[in-house]
Design a protein around this ligand. Structure first.
Ligand code: P5A
Length: 438
């Protein structure tokens, strides 16, 4: 993509309304535009990151055999009356009437709708286990939307729903999500911390939140130091038993979000208890028959008896993650994208656009990266050098390549690693080899 034709409305000033660094950087980098309180348009740069996060989530879910579908954003109130949640959900639910005065709502979550799909089509244990997920916009009329996409009113969520024949199978599924989440967040360059959590309006008796540590996090976490030392990721598991043993090892260590933590009942000696702030990027629930019972989602078990299907649900804040990753990875100059979610891998800066030799060398370098399949943003504008460097640092692409008159004569370019700040003068071929291998 050539920067001269890329829609990248960066801001020079720091927006006054943004209280935390990720929100400031997203606005300054031209990633989002607020259109109403807690509602954002995703501009091309922001959308690229959102899509990359979605792709990682999708790949990790598919790896576990979880199947993607797509449910609508608008739901019928009748389904929520069946589960008994329509009145209880309160003002956070955006309620709508159609032209026939029928009650609709903009979905804040999809337990009811998926239970309805399930009960229509699945009748036997032979069709289980089944886990379905989608990546879809949600609306929650949050009292205090804030921190940009971190607490929006409209936000993108991955929500998965599992169906199992009995409690033991449902626990095995829950555990698979537990490790799926750890590897999903890890691929985004994050270090997730799972903590016991309240189940709130989703319900059930078992729930974990996944947090990334950041001073600006909305939650306070109380964590046994041993959990922070544990290698939570990068393990391979042969089967559900190994997954279960690992999840037990992790969850036996005390870690709780503020609403679950009781100082007087905490089993961890004060010296071993670490208090940190966290951003909740995922939340998993086991709630058994909470929806299948009132909504009549029943299956026949191997003995021929009818029973309510055992369910759980599992959410990831896809749009929140964009802000969360920036909170975890930035410096004074701007965003530092982990390669796996970066909007482009390489930014090529033509230091002297309009100079025939620089145009030819930079244009050729850009064409070769593209041909090798490396997503590249080519700054072919006639801005000052300082402004070009500042923009590249702000938008945080993992690699920057500067093509300038001096280097062109010598047949070299400068390659900068955005994260470490290290620069190297390389021949054009060596630079191409390095970036196409990265
Ligand atoms: C699990 C999936 C649920 O809704 N039902 C389906 C369950 N869980 S949850 O914890 O309420 O939300 C899941 C994740 O969504 C993100 N999230 C938000 N992101 C941005 N703005 C919001 N207002 C918002 N509310 C929730 C969080 O990452 C949460 O973990």
């Amino acid at each position: 993509m050539r920067l001269s034709s890329f829609f990248l409305p960066t801001l020079k000033e720091t927006p006054a309304e943004a209280q935390i660094v990720s929100h400031r950087l997203m606005l300054r980098a031209g990633m989002i535009k607020q259109t109403a309180a807690g509602i954002y348009a995703w501009l091309p740069l922001g959308l690229r990151v959102l899509r990359r996060i979605e792709t990682i989530v999708r790949e990790e879910h598919n790896r576990f055999g979880f199947q993607e579908l797509l449910m609508p954003t608008i739901q019928s109130a009748d389904l929520w009356r069946e589960s008994g949640r329509y009145d209880g959900y309160g003002k956070e639910m955006l309620r709508i009437k159609d032209r026939h005065e029928r009650d609709l709502l903009y979905g804040p979550t999809n337990e009811e709708m998926i239970t309805d799909i399930f009960r229509t089509h699945v009748k036997s244990y032979r069709q289980l286990p089944l886990t379905l997920y989608h990546i879809q916009w949600k609306f929650r009329d949050e009292i205090r939307p804030r921190f940009g996409v971190m607490r929006g009113r409209e936000f993108l969520m991955k929500d998965a729903y599992s169906f199992d024949v009995d409690y033991l199978d449902a626990r095995a599924t829950y555990n698979r999500f537990f490790v799926c989440y750890l590897s999903t967040f890890r691929r985004m360059g994050l270090t997730p911390i799972p903590v016991r959590a309240e189940t709130g309006p989703i319900g059930g008796d078992l729930s974990h939140e996944f947090h990334i540590l950041a001073d600006t996090g909305e939650s306070e976490l109380f964590v046994d130091r041993r959990l922070l030392d544990l290698d939570l990721t990068g393990r391979a598991f042969a089967d559900d038993d190994e997954i279960g043993a690992f999840v037990k090892e992790v969850t036996d260590i005390y870690a709780a979000a503020d609403e679950m933590h009781r100082a007087d009942q905490c089993p961890v000696p004060p010296d071993d208890l670490v208090t940190r702030r966290g951003i909740e990027v995922g939340h998993i629930f086991h709630f058994g028959a909470k929806y299948s019972q009132p909504m009549g989602a029943r299956i026949t078990d191997p003995e021929g008896h009818e029973r309510e299907v055992q369910m759980g649900s599992y959410g990831i804040g896809v749009s929140r993650l964009v802000g969360g990753i920036i909170e975890a990875s930035h410096d004074d100059a701007g965003i530092v994208w982990p390669g796996s979610v970066a909007p482009f891998q390489v930014g090529v800066i033509n230091l002297k656009a309009g100079d025939a030799a620089c145009d030819a060398a930079a244009g050729d370098f850009y064409a070769k990266l593209r041909a090798a399949g490396v997503e590249t943003l080519y700054d072919d504008t006639d801005e000052r050098a300082g402004a070009k460097f500042a923009t590249m640092d702000l938008i945080g692409l993992p690699w920057q390549v500067t093509v300038g008159p001096r280097g062109v004569k010598a047949g070299t370019v400068e390659v900068k690693d955005r994260a470490s700040g290290e620069r190297e003068e390389l021949s054009i071929d060596a630079a191409l080899a390095k970036l196409t291998a990265a």
